[in-house]
Design a protein around this ligand. Structure first.
Ligand SMILES: [Zn+2]
Length: 205
């Protein structure tokens, strides 16, 4: 029962709530669902790969293009919200549940659940295109921008959570440490290259 109330904890659009609700109550419209519910003539094969049965798990978890979105989201969560963040399929279905009432932990759970809900919605919008983490991040940023001056308690809670994690604010996407490291390596490589090229000229002065 607790899980079914999850989307109601946030102030999100009707469309996002609808997708979350259908997901939780197992009537998200997949070919497998339509076949099971309405008739045997419907093809259960996935509309994209045309090989495997189109179930919720296939569409939202197992397809490689969706997997890559979840991998990017997990990395972002681990870098920005919770170092030890691990995502399971059951979390995509029902969200994360607080095992204790520690304030900091509940802040993490609150933000993580909102990101999972919005990621599922992002995936639905990108039905015929590859879901993209940067596009997802920018969509989320726009949502936060649109609610940041509202006095509504649910909006205030969401904006406060974003501020505490320094995410989705009016700043560029935080670079993962690996990218920063690569940038630093490139800088030192170019510096050394410059010195090597310039050395003969310096000595001839
Ligand atoms: Zn498929």
């Amino acid at each position: 029962m607790e899980e079914s109330l999850l989307p109601n904890r946030y102030l999100i659009t009707k469309k996002v709530i609808e997708i979350s609700f259908k997901f939780i109550h197992k009537f998200y419209s997949t070919n497998e669902y339509i076949n099971r519910r309405f008739g045997r003539d419907t093809d259960v094969k996935c509309n994209f790969c045309h090989e495997l049965t189109e179930t919720r798990t296939h569409l939202f978890w197992l397809r490689s293009i969706v997997k890559s979105l979840w991998v990017s989201i997990c990395k972002f969560m681990a870098d920005s919200i919770d170092k030890g963040f691990i995502l399971f399929w059951r979390n995509v279905l029902f969200g994360l549940v607080d095992s204790n009432s520690h304030k900091e932990k509940s802040h993490i759970t609150y933000m993580s659940n909102l990101i999972i809900i919005m990621a599922k919605f992002h995936k639905c919008q990108f039905t015929h295109r590859k879901p993209c983490f940067v596009a997802f991040y920018n969509e989320f940023k726009q949502y936060i921008h649109s609610i940041q001056h509202s006095q509504n308690q649910k909006f205030v809670k969401t904006v406060t959570a974003c501020e505490s994690f320094h995410i989705f604010l009016n700043k560029p996407l935080p670079l993962p440490p690996s990218v920063k490291y690569q940038d630093e390596r490139l800088f030192f490589f170019l510096l050394i290259l410059f010195l090597i090229i310039s050395l003969p000229e310096i000595f001839t002065l």
